[in-house]
Ligand binder design. Structure first.
Ligand code: C2O
Ligand code: CU
Ligand code: CU
Length: 485
């Protein structure tokens, strides 16, 4: 049993541990408003008898960072409820739009059909309207950590930055020696004094907005309680629209067991774990002694400072506190993790190759697109020289084949490449980083560099998208269509 006692002890001894955060300037300002609440899990909705039927209402007005705000939520909360499924279940969502702009729903990471009323990013649900999604999860779907968020082109960044996101878990996998299984959905946003979320400037959209508040399950710097000898599984989800997280837990090693939706071959220790927007990492934390340990994200340079785009050099901003791990009780060693995990076997060799390039150009969008977001930008965001057009087929792939893609980045900012429905294995990257050998669905493409991916198109057929998961860039046109048939 964990929880109650540790939290009470913390409240009593608060003065001593706040200072352990040790964050310089930027962190200090945020600390002033820290709520120090115990970490609260989002409401959880679990499938029964093979089906999870839920209503999600997207609307303004949620509690965020300990205050009542005009930010956005599902069913009145941000994040929305955690949806828990098993392979073979059907996810039935009635999405009701109480926003003042179109929206829709994407099940990021799920290997499900992109067609019809399944995970279809081309749908448009107008203000006041409802739509019934029916998303069958295949019986052989791998267990893992996924998430959901709106995906209506041109509004995605604003709606996620506003707070619309939730966790989506597929249960299963090996038994793990953990006493807690927690969702840690990390988002960032900025709140005006009146509780509204500010409109982004063109400069912010160009570099990709990073909010002043970094939140964990919608809470600002909550307290995670633990006891020595009791391990916890943390499902870290980077739901920030642009911020790359470089997560570190003081005094601990993060034992990574899964990347995005799939298990690694073995637990892998990290001092610091880098998560691009959209990435997930399941880690096991094994506290063995009492203490207060800060979970933080270190500065990460994605190119905004060097490229003359007005970003602050990362070194100047310092680390940002995400949470405090409060460990109480006599010292004890947590049980050992299994030495191997059920990783997917690597995909078959590729039979076709393909290249695609993420590009930022001067001069902005030529001609009015009618999209006020992109028309206001003095720079263009394109893939293979073209801005997103939902009616154009950009890549046509033969169903059942395995392809090797080279994704290049011609510009000075790193862009996270994301492909819906069909996860890929990273084969190599121009910066020489180690690769995991297991499927993932977001990978950072370094500035003026490339990544090489192996993609099995062996599951679903249909039409979907790939894009930059800096969602300001996606909304500005850095997205393309793909048809698998
Ligand atoms: Cu998480 Cu197409 O997005
Ligand atoms: Cu996605
Ligand atoms: Cu980008």
């Amino acid at each position: 049993m964990l929880g109650g006692a540790g939290v009470a002890a913390l409240a009593a001894g608060a003065a001593g541990w706040i200072s352990t955060a040790g964050s310089p300037a930027a962190g200090t300002t945020l600390d002033a408003g820290a709520t120090r609440e115990p970490l609260a899990p989002p409401a959880e909705l679990t499938a029964r008898d093979g089906r999870l039927q839920v209503e999600l209402v997207a609307a303004t007005g949620v509690r965020l960072a300990g205050r009542d705000t005009r930010a956005l939520g599902f069913n009145g909360t941000s994040p929305g409820p955690t949806l828990r499924l098993r392979p073979g279940d059907e996810l039935a969502v009635r999405l009701t739009n109480h926003l003042d702009q179109p929206t829709n729903l994407h099940t990021h990471g799920l290997r499900v059909s992109p067609q019809g009323n399944s995970d279809n990013p081309f749908l448009r649900i107008d203000p006041g309207a409802s739509f019934d999604y029916r998303i069958p999860v295949p019986p052989d779907h791998p267990p893992g950590t996924h998430w959901y968020h709106p995906h209506y082109h041109g509004t995605v960044a604003d709606q996620l930055f506003g707070g619309l996101a939730g966790a989506l878990l597929v249960d299963g996998g090996p038994p793990l020696p953990v006493d807690d299984d927690r969702v840690l959905l990390i988002t960032d946003t900025t709140l005006n004094a009146d509780g509204t979320v500010p409109v982004a400037s063109p400069a912010e959209r160009m570099q990709g907005r990073e909010g002043q508040l970094v939140l964990l399950n919608g809470q600002h710097q909550p307290v995670v309680s633990a006891a020595p000898g009791h391990a916890q599984r943390w499902r870290l989800i980077n739901g920030c629209i642009s911020r790359v997280l470089a997560v570190r837990l003081e005094g601990h090693t993060l034992q990574q067991i899964a990347q995005d939706s799939t298990f690694l071959p073995a637990p892998t220790p990290h001092r610091q774990l880098v998560l691009a927007p959209g990435n997930r990492a399941d880690v096991v934390v094994q506290p063995d002694r009492a203490g207060r340990f800060t979970l933080l994200t270190d500065p990460y340079d994605r190119g905004t400072a060097m490229s003359g785009m007005g970003g602050t050099p990362p070194a100047a901003t310092g680390s940002t506190t995400l949470a405090t791990l409060a460990v109480d009780g006599p010292a004890a060693t947590a049980p050992a993790l299994p030495t191997t995990l059920p990783a997917e076997p690597p995909p078959a060799a590729a039979t076709a190759t393909r290249s695609t390039a993420f590009q930022m150009g001067m001069g902005g969008m030529r001609g009015g697109t009618g999209n006020t977001t992109t028309d206001a930008l003095p720079m263009s965001f394109t893939i293979d020289g073209r801005s997103f057009d939902p009616n154009r087929d950009d890549q046509i792939v033969t169903a059942g084949t395995v392809e090797e893609w080279t994704v290049t980045n011609t510009g000075p900012l790193a862009h996270p490449f994301h492909l819906h429905v069909w996860p890929f294995t990273v084969v190599a990257a121009s910066d020489g980083r180690p690769t995991t050998g297991v499927p993932q669905d977001v990978v950072l493409v370094p500035a003026t560099g490339w990544v090489r991916l192996r993609i099995p198109f062996t599951s679903h057929t249909g039409r979907s998208v790939y894009h930059c998961h800096i969602l300001d860039h996606e909304d500005a046109g850095m997205m393309a269509t793909i048809v698998v048939r």
